[in-house]
Design a binder for this molecule. Structure first.
Ligand code: ATP
Ligand code: MG
Length: 231
């Protein structure tokens, strides 16, 4: 059975439906890339999976259980960690305080810091700094560090690269690849197909609220360059 299984999922803002009848699965340890143009419904779908936005139709199964009606904290407890678009850190809290919030998952503060600072020495140097004053790349490191600490079964990343220089994006995705090689499943929304497709086992294209293609990364890249990128 798949780790994550979406079946006929729709979602709306008020009367306007923006995700239509989406079915998608992620296998244990699999890296799935979700690509597509702006406003296609990708972030909404990610929020439906993490329990931040309710679906209007359909079911979500995770790790063998129907989690459709569970809330976001329950989904975290079941092993879903999401780094939402815009980083999902608390700008008015320090690096340490942000990390401490990862302890609700049952990891001790000392262990949280040990894990995070070992992976990201830069964060150790800045542990008392307000997260909102970190550079963009450092903020994403902090967001990723919180995911490392709770070691979820599924990590959802939404536009990790947003606003960052190419070298920083490369570095962050190197760390993401390390998570994948340790067996964590990943669902990654990314506007830069060439950054994520080499890491992906499978990819999907979403447009106008519908998943139009799912396939191996090479097939999806060819599909993107022929249609979505216009040649
Ligand atoms: N809070 C909201 N209230 C009303 N409409 C919203 C809200 N958030 C998103 N939408 C609309 O829902 C549609 C899907 O948006 P969504 O953010 O899911 O797309 P996306 O694929 O993540 O786009 P992008 O690639 O630009 O991040 C868009 O038309 C957007 O304007
Ligand atoms: Mg988005």
């Amino acid at each position: 059975m798949a780790l994550l299984e979406l079946s006929g999922v729709s979602a709306a803002y008020g009367a306007i439906e923006v995700v239509h009848d989406v079915s998608l699965s992620v296998e244990p340890g699999e890296v799935v890339a979700l690509l597509g143009s702006n406003g296609g419904g990708k972030s909404t779908l990610m929020n439906v999976i993490s329990g931040l936005h309710p679906p209007t139709e359909g079911t979500i199964h995770f790790d063998g259980n129907d989690v459709t009606k569970t809330d976001a904290p329950e989904r975290v407890a079941s092993g879903i960690c999401a780094i939402p678009e815009g980083r999902g850190i608390f700008p008015n809290l320090t690096v340490r305080e942000n990390l401490r919030l990862a302890t609700y998952a049952g990891v001790k503060t000392a262990d949280v810091e040990a894990i995070a600072f070992d992976r990201f020495p830069r964060l150790a140097e800045r542990k008392s700094q307000l997260a909102g004053t970190l550079s963009g790349g450092e903020q994403q490191m902090l967001a990723l560090a919180r995911a490392f600490v709770v070691s979820p079964k599924l990590l959802i990343l939404d536009e990790l690269s947003m606003g960052l220089a190419p070298l920083i994006v490369e570095d962050l995705y190197g760390r993401v690849a390390a998570l994948a090689s340790e067996g964590m499943a990943l669902l990654v929304v990314e506007q830069f197909a060439r950054t994520i497709l080499p890491l992906a086992n499978r990819a999907a294209i979403m447009a106008h609220g519908v998943i139009t293609h799912v396939g191996d990364p090479a097939t999806i890249e060819a599909e993107l360059s022929s249609s979505y990128l216009g040649g």
